[in-house]
Structures are given as structure tokens and as C-alpha cells.
Design a protein around this ligand. Structure first.
Ligand code: FAQ
Length: 314
């Protein structure tokens, strides 16, 4: 019985069909998806914080509206992703508890501070740019609810990337102080953006199995390379310098070769000792506690609605 279910699952994967919540799936496949999707959801929600920091200081009403819409979108992405993870049998409360206790991860990138307005440009351009590179590939991931959430998320992320690039373009064509601010933001966000794709393939414990199950469609290194190749010409167009002395175009492979990533820094941040890790989690815990009354009111309203409709049926 079990063998034929497993065979059916493997056949679906081989035929590139989607696995749906009601389908049988190996426990490890379910666990891997819960881990990845919940971490992805947490990244979207914690990822609201560096930009929220600048909402009250946006330089114009137009910029403020665009940034506010972007930050709200990220919260929405978190919600789609928590819902996708819930279809695998994990509760939202459990996922949030794991985030607050430090058991669950979220993207390393959100543990860096946003120091100037130019960081709003760099985050949209580089962080959303890196996120899209990964998420476009995830539109073809094997688990149906995750793949479908990604399609909508990618559409919104591409607007985010453009609003960030547009800020960088304005600053790069502005006064010398503004151009310096843009360069400084690129200097600080470039390497952390490359780290977003995760450890080198040779040091990535989950890659082999996730690739076999078609959860991952491109490897960490493949996605990182695609990001570098797409982004370096954008930096050149801005007249900015990518902070990598080893960066060079390779005629043979038609790709940019780039310098070594500081993996010690990456693991320090992932393990909880980055510049803002503690602050980010404390802020999330406080926001969750402050929102208790909203959740209670929403649940009371939902219960009342249910009461009313069961009375009407009765
Ligand atoms: N940060 O074996 P692998 C966004 C962990 S969304 C922290 O390679 P895997 C939108 C990894 O979890 C950004 N931890 O793992 C936005 C694992 O630890 P574990 C988020 C990392 O899963 C923009 C260990 O290292 N995107 O930015 C990181 O096969 C602007 C070994 O690694 C996603 O989550 C990292 N960077 O591949 C929002 C995309 N990298 O779990 C607001 C979905 C690795 O065993 C503003 N996720 N680790 O304890 C994925 O594609 C994959 O999970 C990877 C990692 C590629 C991130």
C-alpha cells in the first residue's frame, strides 16, 4: 500500500505535476516544505522592518505612498505563505512561536540596518531583485500551493524592484552628496544580497534532496550567478561601482566572475549574531503582543458570524 503511494508521488514529480495538500507525500518532503515555506513567510514579515524604519522620513508624499504600498505587499506575501504552509498541517501559531523562540530562520539580509534613504533604493533594487530571481524559479516548484503563491508574489516583487531602482536612478543623477549616498548603500547591501541565495552548493545540506523533489529548480550558486549577471549592468547604468575588486566579465562563459563571499559573516548572521538580529526579533514579538486584541476581536467576530449562520440553517 505504502509503496504504491510512494510510487505515485515519485511519478508525479517525474512528470512535473504538482503535489497538492490532499495527496500522499513522504514525511521528509512535508517537513522540508514546512521549513522552507515558513522561513520564507517569516522573511517577508521581518523584511518589513528595515523599510518601515523610513516610512515617516520619506522625502516626498509620492515616495511615501509607494514605500507604504511596498511594505504592505510584503506583509501580504507573508500571509499567502503562512497559508500555503498551513495546508501542510502546521498551525500559524506554531510557526510564529518558532520564529519568536529563534528556532525558525528568516533571511539573513534583514539583519542589516537601513541607515539612509538610499537604503530604500538599494533594498528594492538588490534585495527584491535577489528575491525575484529565487522566486521566479519557485513558481515551478513541485508543491501546488507554494508555486501558486509565488506567481502572485513575483508580480508584486517586480514593482518593488523597479521602485527601488528608480530611487537609485534619481540619487545617482542628483547632487554629489546624493550620488555618494547611493554608492554607500550599494557598498553595504551588495555582499549581503549575494548571501541571500544561501551557502555554496557544496556546503548546502538540503540542496540535493530538494532538487530531486523539484522543490528547488535552480541551485543556490546558479541563482546567485544569474543575479550578478543581471545586476552588474544595472549598476553600470547608474554610474556606480560594484564593491568587488575581483569582478570581471568572462568572455568564455558569458558571465561575470566575482570575488569570494565572506561566509564567516553569513553564518554569524544566520546563527543570530548579525547587526540587528536581536532587535528584529524583539520588534516582532512586541508587534505580536500588541496585536493580541485585534486577533481576539477578529476571532470573536468570526465566532458570532458562525453562530448566526448555523441558527439560520437551523
Ligand atoms: N538566511 O541547505 P541550504 C524577500 C539556511 S524573501 C538565513 O542551502 P535551503 C522578500 C537554511 O535555511 C527572502 N538562513 O537550505 C522581501 C538552512 O538552515 P535550516 C527569503 C539561510 O533551504 C524583499 C541552512 O542555511 N526568500 O526577500 C539563508 O535548501 C524585501 C542551509 O542552507 C526565501 O526564503 C539565508 N540567506 O536553501 C521582503 C526563498 N540561506 O533550515 C521584504 C525561499 C540558507 O536547515 C523586503 N527559500 N539558510 O536550519 C529558499 O529558496 C531556500 O530556503 C534558500 C536556502 C535558498 C534560502
Amino acid at each position: 500500500m505504502e509503496i504504491s503511494l510512494e510510487r505515485k508521488f515519485e511519478d508525479k514529480i517525474a512528470e512535473d505535476l504538482k503535489i497538492e495538500p490532499q495527496d500522499w507525500m513522504p514525511d521528509e518532503y512535508r517537513k522540508t516544505l514546512i521549513r522552507q515555506i515558513s522561513q520564507h513567510a517569516h522573511s517577508e514579515v521581518v523584511g518589513m522592518l528595515p523599510e518601515a524604519n523610513w516610512l515617516t522620513r520619506a522625502p516626498s508624499l509620492k515616495r511615501k505612498i509607494a514605500l507604504l504600498a511596498k511594505v504592505q505587499d510584503e506583509g501580504g506575501h507573508g500571509l499567502y505563505l503562512y497559508s500555503a504552509a498551513e495546508t501542510l498541517g502546521v498551525s500559524r501559531d506554531k510557526m510564529i512561536e518558532d520564529l519568536h523562540s529563534g528556532k525558525a530562520k528568516y533571511s539573513s539580509i534583514f539583519n542589516y540596518p537601513s541607515l539612509t534613504w538610499a537604503d530604500m533604493g538599494a533594498i528594492g533594487w538588490l534585495v527584491d531583485g535577489a528575491a525575484i530571481m529565487n522566486q521566479v524559479a519557485l513558481c515551478r516548484t513541485s508543491y501546488g500551493p507554494y508555486a501558486r503563491a509565488m506567481v502572485r508574489i513575483c508580480k508584486e516583487e517586480s514593482f518593488h524592484q523597479r521602485q527601488g531602482y528608480q530611487i537609485m536612478l534619481t540619487l545617482s543623477n542628483g547632487s554629489s552628496e546624493q550620488k555618494e549616498m547611493a554608492q554607500d548603500a550599494l557598498n553595504r547591501w551588495w555582499w549581503p544580497a549575494l548571501m541571500m541565495f544561501g551557502p555554496k552548493d557544496s556546503d548546502s545540506p538540503h540542496s540535493e534532496q530538494s532538487t530531486r523533489w523539484r522543490i528547488k529548480r535552480l541551485s543556490n550558486d546558479e541563482l546567485r550567478q544569474k543575479f550578478v549577471d543581471a545586476t552588474v549592468p544595472q549598476a553600470l547604468f547608474l554610474g556606480l561601482t560594484v564593491p568587488d575588486k575581483d569582478l570581471k566579465w568572462d568572455e568564455k562563459t558569458n558571465t561575470y566572475q566575482f570575488g569570494d563571499i565572506n561566509w564567516d559573516e553569513f553564518w554569524t548572521v544566520v546563527k543570530g549574531d548579525g547587526p540587528c538580529n536581536k532587535d528584529r526579533i524583539q520588534t516582532r514579538i512586541k508587534a505580536y503582543q500588541d496585536g493580541e486584541w485585534v486577533r481576539e476581536a477578529a476571532m470573536a467576530y468570526a465566532d458570532k458570524q458562525q453562530d448566526r449562520s448555523s441558527k439560520m440553517v437551523g
